[in-house]
Design a binder for this molecule. Structure first.
Ligand SMILES: NC(=O)c1ccc[n+]([C@@H]2O[C@H](COP(=O)([O-])OP(=O)(O)OC[C@H]3O[C@@H](n4cnc5c(N)ncnc54)[C@H](O)[C@@H]3O)[C@@H](O)[C@H]2O)c1
Ligand SMILES: O=C(O)C(=O)C[C@@H](O)[C@H](O)[C@H](O)COP(=O)(O)O
Ligand SMILES: [Zn+2]
Length: 352
């Protein structure tokens, strides 16, 4: 598996590991925001002559068109197989930059410097790389591990609060699927003043322990996908609309729906369902959508990568801290889960 370094001194560590890894050419990929906020932090540490590619920020650009531009840039710069790529950014940069590196000339090495909470706790680790395709999340991709993941909280200083909250959904997921004690200790009193280091380390540890046992998602790794079957469907459906959801926000909706399915199908106690819905709705509120969208959202679940044939496979909780996978679900059950989510909104309105 990849090495993960929690860095207290990004200048020192980056220089050290770049020297250790060695390369013929060095390229940095970042998006428009990380080019502005994060590239200046590392630029001065990089050798003169390194190359930099910047693409417009956002999930809407995690696609083949941007990949094509990245591959063209690599080609124009004459990158050979000993070139090294640094993905400097959130999950979009890591997933897409990694995918481009892993496929360019059948694969060149890359390192991840994650700059969002979400990518520090989840996306930068584990080697799932890819892009969205024709409205389907991460539909095209590969499993390839980065050479190194270098995590520094210094980058979080410029990250908007809503992005911190989005990343926190994956933290809650890690507790829910693997560690009830961790989940129960998670409480952010002050988002601005929170010391994130322990949380990042714990989440990375949980994710790595799972990935180590099942790097290519033959079985166990599917638990990392809790909340994602329905969550991804919401994320995809509302991408490019004025209702678009951040990844973590969509996964929060998905986790409420799939916690309901866990109660219905996997024995998750009612009290646990209540704890989960309370925790998630307190942070993420209630996403409002139209009844008329539901059938299309359900259809999107049929393209989930955990599925076998026409059967939708869920990862569901038996209790907080314990997740099962390959639980078959029907369109009717997905509808019921989404209705449960909607019913929470109306309960709140009634209580107001
Ligand atoms: N490969 C995996 O295992 C994995 C895991 C989880 C999520 N993902 C993917 O990751 C993506 C979501 O990741 P994300 O939330 O990091 O999204 P992102 O990469 O789009 O980053 C979120 C926003 O924050 C900005 N940003 C990043 N770092 C910043 C900084 N330090 N200061 C200011 N702005 C900054 C970005 O420009 C962007 O606008 C999704 O595509 C999701 O599918 C992948
Ligand atoms: O690492 C994994 O495995 C995950 O499922 C982590 C998820 O948080 C992440 O969003 C991942 O990209 C989803 O993968 P997908 O296979 O459902 O596209
Ligand atoms: Zn995710």
């Amino acid at each position: 598996m990849e090495s993960v370094i929690f860095s207290n001194n990004i200048s020192f560590d980056l220089s050290k590991y770049l020297n250790q890894l060695g390369y013929s050419q060095l390229g940095v990929i970042s998006d428009s925001n990380t080019s502005k906020f994060c590239y200046p932090i590392i630029e001065k540490l990089l050798p003169e002559g390194h190359k930099h590619f910047s693409f417009p920020a956002g999930e809407a650009n995690k696609n083949l068109n941007t990949c094509s531009q990245i591959w063209q840039w690599m080609t124009d710069e004459g990158f050979d197989r000993k070139a090294l790529i640094i993905n400097l950014g959130g999950g979009v940069t890591g997933d897409m930059g990694g995918f481009c590196a892993a496929t360019y000339k059948r694969g060149i090495r890359f390192i991840n410097i994650p700059t969002t909470l979400l990518s520090q706790v989840d996306a930068s680790v584990g080697g799932k790389l890819g892009i969205d395709f024709n409205g389907f999340k991460n539909h095209i991709g590969v499993f390839t591990q980065p050479e190194l993941v270098l995590i520094s909280e210094i980058f979080l200083q410029t990250l908007p609060l809503e992005e911190m909250r989005s990343g926190y959904a994956e933290v809650l997921k890690h507790g829910l699927i693997q560690n009830a004690n961790y989940f129960s200790c998670l409480k952010i009193a002050d988002w601005e003043k929170q010391n994130w280091r322990e949380i990042i380390e714990k989440s990375v540890q949980i994710k790595r322990e799972v990935v180590e046992k099942d790097p290519k998602e033959a079985g166990l790794r599917k638990i990392l996908n809790f909340g994602h079957t329905i969550g991804h469907a919401f994320e995809s459906f509302y991408l490019n609309t004025d209702k678009h959801l951040l990844h973590g926000e969509a996964i929060a909706v998905g986790m409420v729906c799939e916690a309901f399915l866990s109660h219905k199908k996997s024995g998750l106690p009612k009290e646990d369902l209540q704890i989960i819905t309370d925790a998630l709705t307190e942070i993420y509120g209630f996403f409002q959508f139209f009844e008329a969208d539901i059938d299309d959202i359900i259809k999107l679940c049929s393209q989930d990568k955990k599925n076998e044939g026409s059967t939708v496979n869920f990862s569901l909780l038996r209790r907080i801290g314990n997740c099962d996978y390959n639980i078959k679900g029907t369109a009717e059950e997905i509808k019921e889960a989404i209705s449960f989510y909607q019913s929470l909104t109306s309960q709140v309105q009634l209580n107001q």
